[in-house]
Ligand binder design. Structure first.
Ligand code: ZN
Length: 282
């Protein structure tokens, strides 16, 4: 199944996409697509047949498909070709960072660059959505703790990430820097999570074009690894790294600016589209 949240920012309602691609209102079934309902059986057991009888929704904005996400955990340098373009060694263990959940944004909302930013970059990523509490889980057990998958654009201010000392978190956490969605797709519907095409275009030109088979650490390895250091709860999102073709890796390097557009997608998970603006705030 594909779950969505539709409506104005901060007032989204739960929805489901039926077999014809039509959004239906799920409000009579659940109060929201949230850690509580993702962790319960109600969404997992929901069927196409039930979706067909729900009211049709049209012309509504789609927001992030998960409400009240507890944490967003990033994995860095997790594609072989991207590690190469970044001039980095293949990591021996996954690089883990946290992204502030105040950066979460709808999949079609504007990306707003912080004042003075001239090194903001795009990163298409497979986002893993936890469905069952995970603490110290083995690789073999890890996927049974996954509810489904989302597209994440892990927008990154490279100066803040790499040149201001300390952790990557600073470059990843600006408001609007974490567009998620449009759909939360159950793992049953996604099938093999290590065989998904993913791509990203800026101003209509395709820069990233890869497949999750190029990951250094698989989804199962990432979930298991992160769960050795923190407890993962339903609704938490792990972003599993980006493939080659980011602005940082281009020669010459290229970064986002006012008026640019970003379009990105992953097989079975839909597409995102964002316009880039500049913030007047500090
Ligand atoms: Zn990333």
């Amino acid at each position: 199944m594909k779950f969505v949240r539709f409506g104005k920012p901060g007032a989204e309602c739960p929805g489901v996409v039926d077999s014809h691609g039509v959004v239906r209102d799920l409000s009579v079934v659940v109060s929201d697509i949230s850690p509580e309902t993702i962790g319960a059986d109600v969404l997992r057991n929901f069927s196409e047949k039930e979706a067909a009888s729900l009211p049709v929704v049209s012309g509504e904005r789609l927001g992030c498909p998960i409400a009240n996400i507890g944490k967003v955990v990033g994995i860095g340098l997790n594609y072989r070709e991207h590690a190469k373009e970044s001039g980095a060694e293949i990591p021996k263990e996954p690089i883990v960072f946290l992204t502030a959940n105040t950066s979460i944004n709808g999949p079609f909302d504007d990306v707003v660059l912080p004042k003075g930013s001239n090194r903001s970059d795009w990163e298409v990523e497979l986002g893993v959505v936890i469905g069952k509490r995970a603490k110290g889980v083995s690789e073999a057990q890890a996927l049974s703790h996954v509810f489904g998958y989302v597209i994440v654009n892990d927008v990154s201010e490279r100066e803040h990430q790499l040149e201001r000392g300390g952790q990557w978190t600073k470059g990843k956490s600006h408001d609007t820097f974490c567009p998620i969605g449009p759909w939360l797709v159950t793992s049953e519907e996604v099938g093999d999570e290590q065989a998904l095409d993913l791509w990203c275009e800026v101003n209509g030109e395709r820069y990233q074009n890869s497949n999750t088979s190029d990951m250094i650490f698989s989804v199962a390895q990432c979930v298991s690894y992160v769960s050795q250091f923190m407890t993962l709860y339903p609704g938490d999102v792990i972003t599993t790294g980006t493939p080659q073709g980011v602005g940082l890796g281009l020669k010459p390097q290229r970064y986002l600016d006012e008026g640019y557009t970003i379009r990105l997608g992953i097989s079975k998970l839909g597409e995102q589209f964002q316009r880039v603006k500049r913030s007047d705030e500090a």
